[in-house]
Design a protein around this ligand. Structure first.
Ligand code: NAP
Length: 561
């Protein structure tokens, strides 16, 4: 079938030169041929189809290992593969069931390139823990991962699905679905937050990015890990039904374990390794912490304005030149060992056991909940916490943003820019946010309800429809009809691990450290959002470097001896 979309001139490149160079380098590792089949239907998502065709044909020009075939919808080939959405992109469809519904834009571009590499290498890249779990799968699975181009969590979840589809090509189909380009499917599954994963057309659903091992378990059992725990079906419990291999561990000896891969953790990694320590950075979720979720950063020196995710990609690429950064590896427990007898610290993670001389805690903070009635009921169905991830869902709709700090105002501007009708709800009569953000909110004409709190989030069976709001000065209670609300009222420090080690907290709930980032527990240091204070990227970076240098000093000359 002839292409529907043609480049203007044969020497026109769609991809910028630096991206071409980077991909040429990456594609040197390709092994087997990869066929990309692109399906388009004129009149449906034309600009995205155009993007997909140009992107794929550029890839094929960079390496002779990639071939692009274009097909129309409908066509015999589309019917054969059951393709109806335009554009759809299938990778080696005669061998695997991996498809992208919608253009692989933004963050999904990375998942798409990784998928091409793995397919070419015929490698699932599942961890030693996940692979045996998936091996035990004997029934078919259709995994549909709904994503948006600016959601930093989405490629991780798409890759979980793709890795399983490579591991079990006869049983697993992985679909990465751009929700913006597939509104009917998005509405059918009532997607209100991404990544949203639907398995076997609703037999099981999951919100958010799951650690790979947990994804594998949920895919096999079609139940959440919480349900399986209750049923005693997880390993180590009575009635253990989990396949052999789940929970197996690999020991590793290091000098320093850094827990968290935000700006503080990545910087600590660079400084530690440059000082000669053998260090590893463990991150249970995504690299970049809260910054990766910030639509735009305007106060990081050297960058007048930069998307938070892009800044963290640059930082993590730099850090990885020095230190291994393990994404998706959560710490389960820490045994301190007897310091008097020079015993090492044992860190047990979802993937293995590390024995280490010191630990830097940079576990950051997570969003604070409002505590209003209906907040949990409507989470993912109109209540959201990540504007970068879920903003696209509200194009042309009306949402409230609750909060008056930098996050609330940054999110309000981002959503307004996406074409969302925004109302800010703030409990006081002045914002806490920085002045340039306040000025921009005023300039953009964003509506603000001052001195107002949300008492209840209301909705129907499906979604949020209304907020019951109360003016603190007049005491008047009124309705605010909305399609959704973003809660941006600050952060709670992630202190669980710190507390498990006996680390002391300050009265405000953040970890107590000295100016050298030492905690009260010898060999344990903390930095970044976990220790409170100014909570800026630049302060996190400074603290990360100090923590690494203190760890280095203490390993060489233990002050407790
Ligand atoms: P924040 O600065 O702590 O602000 C939280 C906001 O939510 C405040 O306006 C607060 O009101 C309000 N609030 C708190 N609890 C509430 C409740 N229960 N009900 C209603 N409103 C409530 O949090 P953030 O904006 O998430 O920022 C966290 C940190 O990250 C800050 O240090 C911030 O500077 C940093 N950050 C920086 C940038 C940037 O520089 N570009 C972007 C994002 C975040 P009050 O004002 O009345 O206390």
């Amino acid at each position: 079938m002839a292409p529907h979309f043609k480049r203007d001139k044969d020497d026109d490149w769609f991809l910028p030169k630096d991206v071409q160079d980077q991909l040429t380098k990456t594609f040197k590792d390709l092994k087997d041929d990869v066929i990309l089949e692109v399906f388009t239907q004129p009149g449906v998502n034309d600009e995205f189809s155009d993007y997909t065709v140009k992107f794929c044909t550029d890839l094929a020009r960079l390496t002779d290992k990639i071939t692009v075939r274009e097909f129309a919808i409908p066509s015999a080939r589309a019917d054969e593969l059951g393709v109806t959405a335009s554009p759809t992109l299938c990778i080696n469809p005669d061998e695997y069931h991996i498809r992208f519904l919608g253009a692989p834009l933004g963050e999904e571009g990375k998942a798409f390139i990784t998928a091409i590499m793995l397919v070419s290498l015929k490698m699932s890249a599942l961890s030693e823990t996940s692979a045996p779990i998936i091996e035990a799968l004997h029934d078919k699975r259709l995994i549909q991962v709904f994503v948006s181009p600016t959601c930093p969590y989405c490629p991780g979840q798409a890759m979980n699905a793709i890795k399983c589809a490579i591991a079990k090509p006869d049983l697993v189909t992985a679909e990465c679905i751009e929700m913006n380009e597939n509104p009917e499917l998005t509405e059918h599954y009532n997607v209100g937050s991404v990544p949203h994963t639907v398995i076997n057309e609703g037999a099981h659903e999951a919100l958010g990015l799951l650690p790979e091992e947990r994804f594998a378990v949920e895919l096999v059992y079609l139940k959440s890990a919480e349900e399986l725990l209750k049923e005693g079906a997880l390993p180590g419990q009575e009635g253990d039904k989990a396949p052999k291999g789940f929970g197996t561990i690999e020991p590793g000896e290091v000098d320093l374990v850094i827990i968290g891969a935000g700006p503080a953790g990545l910087t600590a990694g660079i400084y530690a390794v440059r000082a000669g320590l053998k260090a590893v950075v463990l991150e249970k979720s995504i690299i970049g912490g809260q910054v990766a979720l910030t639509p735009v950063v305007e106060n990081y020196p050297g960058f007048a304005t930069v998307p938070g995710k892009q800044l963290m990609d640059i930082m993590s690429e730099h850090a990885r030149e020095y230190v291994p950064v393990h994404e998706g590896e959560g710490v389960e427990s820490i045994e301190m060992g007897d310091i008097e007898n020079d015993e090492t610290i044992t860190v047990t993670t979802t993937r293995g056991v590390y024995s280490t001389k010191a630990i830097i805690l940079v576990t950051g903070a997570s969003y604070r909940k409002l505590g209003a009635k209906g907040e949990d009921t409507y989470f993912g169905r109109g209540i959201n916490y990540c504007a970068s991830c879920d903003g696209y869902l509200y194009k042309g709709k009306s949402v409230a943003i609750i909060g008056g700090g930098n996050t609330a105002l940054t999110d309000a501007l981002h959503l307004k820019n996406l074409g969302v009708e925004v109302t800010l709800i703030h409990r006081r009569d002045t914002f806490r946010a920085q002045q340039p953000l306040v000025d921009s909110v005023e300039r953009e004409g964003i509506a603000v309800l001052w001195d107002t709190v949300v008492d209840e989030i209301q909705g129907n069976d499906q979604r949020v429809t209304n907020l019951k709001i109360r003016n603190l000065k007049t005491k008047a209670v009124t309705d605010l009809p909305v399609d959704g609300a973003f809660v941006a009222i600050g952060q709670e420090p992630a202190t669980e691990l710190a507390l498990s080690m006996g680390v002391e907290l300050k009265p405000d709930g953040f970890v107590k450290v000295g100016p050298d980032m030492r905690t009260n527990v010898p060999r344990v240091y903390a930095a970044g959002d976990l220790v409170g204070g100014l909570q800026q990227i630049v302060t996190a970076i400074g603290e990360g470097s100090i923590a690494a240098m203190s760890a280095f000093e203490d390993i060489a000359h233990p002050y407790w001896k």
